[in-house]
Design a protein around this ligand. Structure first.
Ligand code: GUN
Ligand code: ZN
Length: 437
């Protein structure tokens, strides 16, 4: 236990069941435990109740100060969406009838052009931040658009509503059907939990000189980098023709110094084992976005193969190629895709729900190189957490006698929704329910 300071520093104490991942266990369930959060939003202790009950009294904690979780409640780490286009939320759930390159030109670029209008941006960005927070996304790695003011507004809204975020002003200077796309990344860094991420859209949208410039900015400022890679076969072929001097799609980003241990690349459905080796060597991560991969028929990433290559991997919604803003959906689609791969090849080892839970929490934090700060309930990390109640009135889950915490977790992951997420905390601050509701 790491608790030598005065009692005044403890802001919350929860008692009950805690579910999280550790480096050894995809799911660890801690029952009848007590978790303390200090006034800086960090986890101060997590212990068996009987081991701290007397200390709590010495620290002046009345029983009534302790937030007691009910029989059908647990706390889990906040979920990490490693890839989401905030700007595409306005058409999420529609426009899924074209493959990637046509989809971008037909739907995406015209909608993204609207973000020069800050009122439009404010409406969509407010809605996407609130919707994802309500669904348990405490950390989001966002693509905005090319518009600096609207991108800054997204950062401000994430900060205001209490979502941890990486915000990328999209950089692109070629091959767009819409003429007004121009460049300059934003480097403002003024919120404790909202940071910039260098965001070349993807290789086909960027000249070699733009990619080099962005690689230099990222390395000089130790910034995160995000982009797309090997999502669809037509795109992979296009990259070969656009960058004939590069050995592979991965080599394009490697040659422009964009692959570091703070890099996250979405999709990677068609990466070769050789390319995955480069990801491992550079410490770069993959964001698996299964809803999008199926919805716009891009491909099916073999997550097991990526993990076997010791490449960091998190899950993403990829709104709006993916139609759902919920990370619960991302987990379910990850399982579906893994099962589809097993149908194709019975030798394929299907992912378990426990492994997928890990990918949505600790795995996401590792993919974003934020695992020293978030991802599970370890003393000293920020308290980003969801209070889950699987037994809410008129909720989506029915329970039956004898079901223990592991079954309850599995039912929540497969059947639950935002009605079951009764509270959300980010860095110790309760951000859901929203203060205005
Ligand atoms: N590749 C380049 N831009 C995009 C985008 O906005 N969505 C998806 N799914 N892939 C992309
Ligand atoms: Zn994307």
């Amino acid at each position: 236990m790491n608790r030598n300071d005065t009692t005044a520093r403890i802001a919350h104490v929860f008692r009950g069941t805690f579910v999280h991942s550790t480096p050894r266990a995809a799911v660890e369930i801690l029952q009848n435990c007590v978790l303390g959060v200090d006034d800086k939003g960090k986890i101060a202790f997590i212990e068996k109740h009987q081991d701290v009950v007397s200390l709590l009294e010495i620290w002046g904690f009345e029983t009534s100060d302790i937030k007691q979780l009910g029989q059908y409640e647990f706390l889990m780490p906040g979920m990490v969406d490693t890839h989401i286009h905030a700007s595409q939320y306005s058409y999420a759930g529609t426009a899924l009838d074209l493959p990637l390159l046509e989809w971008l030109n037909t739907y995406t670029f015209p909608v993204e052009a609207k973000y020069k209008d800050l009122d439009f941006a404010n409406d969509v960005y407010t809605k996407v931040v609130r919707r994802t927070l309500k669904n348990g996304t405490t950390t989001a790695c966002y693509f905005a658009t090319i518009h600096t003011d609207a991108s800054l507004l997204l950062g401000e809204l994430a900060d205001r509503f209490g979502q941890r975020a990486l915000v990328g002003k999209v950089c692109m200077d070629c091959n767009s059907a819409v003429p007004q796309y121009k460049e300059s990344p934003i480097l403002e860094d003024c919120y404790p939990n909202v940071k910039p991420v260098v965001t070349p859209r993807f290789a086909p949208s960027c000249s070699s000189s733009l990619l080099s410039e962005l690689g230099e900015i990222a390395n000089n400022n130790k910034l995160h980098v995000q982009s797309h890679i090997s999502e669809n076969k037509e795109e992979v072929e296009l990259v070969k023709t656009l960058f004939p001097g590069c050995k592979s799609y991965t080599d394009v980003y490697l040659k422009h110094n964009l692959l570091t241990d703070r890099t996250i690349m979405a999709h990677g459905c068609h990466l070769t084992d050789e390319e995955l080796e480069i990801f491992r060597e550079t410490g770069s991560a993959v964001s698996h976005c299964p809803n999008s991969n199926i919805s716009i028929c891009s491909g099916m990433l073999n997550v097991r193969n990526v993990l076997n290559h010791k490449v960091k991997l998190g899950l993403g919604t990829d709104v709006a190629g993916g139609y759902s803003p919920s990370m619960l959906d991302a987990m379910r689609r990850t399982l579906d895709t893994s099962k589809a791969l097993t149908i194709q090849d019975p030798q394929h080892k299907t992912l378990s729900f426990e492994e997928v839970f890990r990918l949505a929490t600790l795995g996401g934090s590792e993919a974003l190189s934020l695992d020293d700060q978030i991802g599970n309930f370890v003393v000293g990390k920020d308290f980003d957490a969801l209070r889950v109640n699987v037994c809410v009135p008129d909720g989506p889950i029915d329970l039956f006698p004898g079901e223990g915490p592991k079954v309850i977790l599995e039912k929540f992951l497969n059947l639950g929704d935002d009605r079951n997420i009764t509270e959300v905390y980010m860095a110790g601050r309760r951000v859901v329910p929203f203060p205005d509701t």
